[in-house]
Design a protein around this ligand. Structure first.
Ligand code: C5P
Length: 246
């Protein structure tokens, strides 16, 4: 099976660990049940680009560099040009940076093969956060903001967006099936993550049934005593959900 027909290729593991040693240990354990490894701010700031080389030494899986860039367009464009040399598949920018910034990111990627994903609204936020903490007008909902951001990301030429499972149908309605949806905030039905900060969570099955292209999973795989078994259960659930959707 190739591409998204292989359920494992839809699973992105968030390497939210403090150093290259822990990252490589997860990569070795999970290599055959993960499609992409996501390197975020904690790991990249600590280890720099050498962590990408270390991951590649132990896996053929693709890499998703989740730097969530947000700056003036010229700076973002140059940052993305710099990122081209890492040969990663996905790089994130915040949709909140506006359409000119998103366009600059896409321009920076050029035809290098690097795909830009727009972060819509963090899955740790809900409607109350938008109005009470972020200054959005009273009555503004997460869904309204997601529609605006998804439209902007698509018009700017982004390959896809990050959104919660609850918003996948909305994003696909706005951007069409070609706009890739990458969905964090995934919690299996037997979720054991303590002090969970994800507010708009969904099970792997629900997210796939809603039309998610990729699932980002961190703690539900890294926290259990047997991460590989946890990842395999999620791949199995993705597989069943895909079979059901056909
Ligand atoms: O451990 P957990 O499964 O909650 O990890 C989710 C991952 O997805 C984290 O690396 C987090 O940074 C990322 N993410 C998110 N919400 C977004 C974008 C990315 O949780 N909107």
């Amino acid at each position: 099976m190739t591409g998204l027909n292989d359920p494992k290729n839809r699973l992105i593991f968030a390497l939210d660990v403090p150093g290259v040693g822990e990252a490589v240990s997860f990569v070795k354990q999970l290599d055959d049940c993960i499609g992409l490894f996501k390197v975020g701010l904690e790991l990249f700031i600590k280890e720099g680009p050498s962590v990408l080389t270390a991951i590649r030494e132990h896996s053929d899986a693709e890499i998703f560099l989740d730097l969530k860039l947000h700056d003036i367009p010229a700076t973002v464009e140059r940052a993305v040009i710099s990122a081209q040399k890492y040969n990663v598949r996905f790089l994130t920018v915040h949709c909140a940076g506006g359409e000119a910034m998103l366009k600059a990111a896409v321009k920076g990627a050029g035809d290098s093969g690097l795909q830009i994903l727009g972060v819509t609204v963090l899955t740790s936020m809900n409607t109350e956060h938008l109005t009470k903490e972020m200054g959005f007008r009273e009555g503004m909902t997460v869904n309204e903001l997601i529609v605006t951001y998804a439209r902007q990301a698509q018009e700017a030429g982004c390959s896809g967006v990050i959104c919660s499972g609850q918003e996948v149908e909305l994003v696909k309605a706005v951007g069409g099936s070609d706009l890739i949806t990458v969905v964090p905030g995934i919690r299996p039905a037997d979720n054991a993550v303590s002090n969970d900060d994800q507010k708009r969570a969904m099970t792997p099955r629900e997210a796939i049934q809603a039309g998610a292209d990729y699932l980002v999973v961190g703690r539900p795989i890294s926290d259990p005593p047997d991460p590989k078994a946890a990842a395999q259960r999620i791949v199995q659930e993705i597989s069943e959900a895909l079979a059901h959707a056909k």
